[in-house]
Write a protein that binds this ligand. Structure first.
Ligand code: C2E
Ligand code: MG
Ligand code: MG
Ligand code: MG
Length: 272
């Protein structure tokens, strides 16, 4: 009996695994084509001063508008791009769009680019980015590079090296999804980042869960001690906004303010 159950479990696991592999291969092939045919889009989510609601910058988020594989979000296809080696091409695509769109936005607005954990530790990444910015004649302060806490902690020394080259050039740096990857405080203290982005899983309960509030307070205190700025992701409610402001977190992003929208919409929003 036990043996048969064990065998069933293995079979079910194999079937799921095979289904995933088929889906991933399919997504990968269509994504490769979308990259070649200008089939991806980049939308921008405002980063706001939660007190005045002014737009300080925007985060570039890749979109696949007409996927031939059915609805697919970046949380699904970005990891597939990373596993299949398409991530370099995808980042190039997104950066090219950002550099082009920057020219249509007011000069005080910066764009934050998500850099994959795959590219972060590679020595050529920083030089490549700087070269692209020089060619486009974009002022370094108009770009911010976001890297996840998990990616940094995987290769802390190489990540710090990439970030420090970019930051010396004048690019801003941000630590994304903070709180979801086990950070070493010793590493964090030495990390050349200007901004810590508190993951939305902690922002969600800030007005209702005492433990989430404690964590947010601790991160704000830590950022202050390390001379870093702090931003709350995923702000959806007025109660979250006011509590975060009360705690000294002024910067925020979330559906309360705006989802990611086309660059032309940002230009209009910024005029108001
Ligand atoms: P992320 O960098 O943490 O981006 C924020 C995600 O949270 C976005 O999802 C955004 O739409 C979503 N979000 C923003 N405000 C709210 C809110 O108030 N409530 C809720 N529930 N969600 C909110 P999206 O666009 O699906 O992107 C998911 C992830 O995919 C990103 O997480 C990022 O890790 C990755 N990604 C997206 N675009 C790129 C890209 O161009 N390059 C790379 N390497 N990764 C990307
Ligand atoms: Mg991000
Ligand atoms: Mg994030
Ligand atoms: Mg996130």
């Amino acid at each position: 009996q036990a043996k048969r159950e064990g065998r069933n479990r293995v079979t079910r696991f194999d079937a799921e695994h095979r289904a995933y592999a088929i889906r991933a291969t399919n997504v990968q092939q269509h994504l490769a084509r979308a990259l070649q045919t200008d089939g991806l889009d980049v939308h921008y989510q405002p980063v706001v001063d939660m007190d005045t609601r002014h737009i300080l910058g925007v985060e570039a988020l890749v979109r696949w508008p007409e996927p031939s594989v059915g609805p697919v979000s970046p949380s699904e296809f970005v990891p597939i791009a990373e596993e299949s080696g398409l991530i370099g091409e995808m980042t190039e695509y997104v950066l090219a769009r950002c550099l082009r769109d920057l020219a249509t936005l007011p000069p005080h607005i910066y764009i934050a680019l998500n850099m994959s954990g795959y590219s972060l530790p590679r020595p050529e990444t920083a030089d490549w980015l700087i070269e692209q910015m020089r060619r486009a004649s974009v002022a370094p302060e108009r770009l911010c590079v976001e890297v996840t806490e998990t990616a940094v902690m995987r290769h802390p020394a190489a990540a710090a090296q990439t970030l420090s080259i970019l930051r010396n050039f004048g690019v801003r740096t941000a630590l994304d999804d903070f709180g979801t990857g086990a950070s070493s405080l010793a590493v964090l203290r030495e990390l050349p980042v200007d901004l810590i982005k508190i993951d939305r899983s902690f922002v969600r309960g800030v007005a209702t869960e005492p433990r989430d509030l404690s964590l947010i307070k601790a991160v704000i205190g830590l950022a202050d001690d390390f001379d870093m700025d702090v931003l709350a992701e995923g702000v959806e409610l007025e109660a979250q906004r006011s509590l975060l402001l009360e705690q000294g977190c002024r910067k925020g992003q979330g559906f309360l303010f705006s989802p990611a929208v086309p660059a032309s919409t940002i230009a209009k929003l910024a005029q108001r």
